[in-house]
Design a protein. Sequence first.
Length: 167
Amino acid sequence: MDTILKGKAFVYGANIDTDQIYPAPLLTITDADKVGQHAMEGVDPAFVQECQPGDMIVASTNFGCGSSREHAAVTLKAAGVSAVIAASFGRIFYRNAINLGLLAIVCKDIHGHVKRGDRLSLDVATSTIVNESTGETFQAEPLSEYMMDIIRHGGIKPMMRAMAGKI
């Protein structure tokens, strides 16, 4: 995993729930590539046409509230989102994202300082975010070393497999 991630910002408000990230009627789709084609469909139908690998989501409070389904994190990762940066997350979405290898970064001060299309740079090692379009810098809450290990492995299952190979 690169320690510096760069991408375009997609900006959303508060309380974006899992049904907006991945609508419930689509739950029968299980192929990751097909799932990714429906990311953010409930709130932003243009997202999948505009999102490029490495792009990031910036949101206000309580991103990913709602259902405990993993589909919401899976669809964002499959769509190529490198990180979700929010003032706060729905607790279950947050752990699902980390466990599936999707960076979920808490940065209380960033929302309102980023517009859709701004270019962001995220230094994962220092939890520093730079809005390259405006020059503003933000300090996010660092992930624990354990969570970083999960992210480095691409998720908790790959991490467990790697650990089992060392026993």
